[in-house]
Ligand binder design. Structure first.
Ligand code: DGL
Length: 292
């Protein structure tokens, strides 16, 4: 480590493996950083738990990452971002980025760029027609009940319809990514969510859903809605990189990105399933006991 320019360490937290999709985006964007990833797999799913429990678990995890040298924290878990961001910020002394606002902004950007292409104007915000502002948010039950995405979308002049899809996390955890049961469950959820309406964009408000993005797109097409499906991983990584770019660029001889992973349950399962989310092998996972 360069003593003059201490290396930036970014803590990435999720209830499980899904947040590795955010780490996957961060690695090439901020290559000079060291990453410490924590998946609280022993206590997953967060999405069916109460706000108090989610906040307690998330704060414990955030404190662990801070004590392990993180000088920036990314809450990659949508449920923890939706319900516990204020608690986490109050509990640690380092900057904290959640995924809700970047996700809502990426929905806005998708709609705005489509409006720009259709109208040829360069001020798309003026041309988002009232009937082109509907965002269908798919998320866990806890995230939907918090209405965090609704608030973030409303602040940007968008309308959110929030749909809880509680069966999708266990299906992805089971590895049923390309499976008829998963396809059928997606079709049922989308049919229930859309009804007679026509969303303009679908926002994946859960870490696990990017893995079944292709199935969600296919189901939407079958239901007659060829609309864009977006997730917050890239948008969140961009927000983090803008926030710390100066510190990274200050290091003249920056090393390649490095990462270490902690899990609170089976390290073997984390390495096996997590590599699908990260898009590369995870050579070593350390077991962590955060208590009950
Ligand atoms: N990480 C959670 C999220 O993004 C999904 C898994 C869980 O329910 O813990 O909402």
């Amino acid at each position: 480590m360069d003593a003059t320019y201490p290396r930036v360490t970014i803590g990435v937290f999720d209830s499980g493996f899904g947040g590795l999709t955010v780490l996957r985006e961060l690695l090439p964007l901020i290559p000079g950083a060291h990453y410490v990833y924590l998946g609280d797999t022993a206590r997953l799913p967060y999405g069916s738990k109460s706000r108090a429990t989610i906040a307690r678990y998330a704060v414990e995890s955030a404190r662990f990452l801070e004590s392990h040298g993180a000088n920036h924290l990314v809450i990659a878990c949508n449920t923890a971002s939706a319900l516990a961001l204020d608690d986490i910020r109050a509990a640690v002394k380092i900057p904290v980025t959640g995924v809700i606002e970047p996700g809502a902004r990426s929905a806005w950007a998708a709609l705005a760029s489509r409006a720009m292409n259709q109208t040829g104007v360069d001020r798309p915000q003026d041309h988002l027609r009232p009937d082109h502002r509907d965002v269908l948010v798919l998320a866990t039950q806890a995230t939907v009940s918090s209405h965090a995405y609704d608030r973030a979308c409303t602040a940007l002049g968008l309308r959110a319809v929030e749909k809880a899809c509680p069966l999708l996390v266990p299906l992805v955890e089971e590895g049923w990514i390309d499976h008829p049961v998963t396809r059928e469950v997606i079709r049922i959820y989308l049919t229930e969510a859309i009804g007679d309406g026509t969303p303009n964009v679908v926002l994946l408000g859960c870490t696990h859903y990017p893995l079944i993005k292709h199935a969600i797109r296919a189901a939407l097409r079958e239901l007659g809605h060829s609309i864009e499906v977006i997730d917050s991983a890239r948008a969140t990584a961009l927000v983090v990189s803008h926030g710390i770019q100066n510190r990274i660029d200050a290091n003249p001889s920056r090393p390649d990105a490095s990462f270490e992973c902690y899990a609170t349950d089976s390290t073997e399962k984390f390495a096996r399933l997590g590599s699908q989310f990260l898009g590369q092998p995870i050579p070593q996972v350390k077991l962590l006991d955060l208590g009950g």
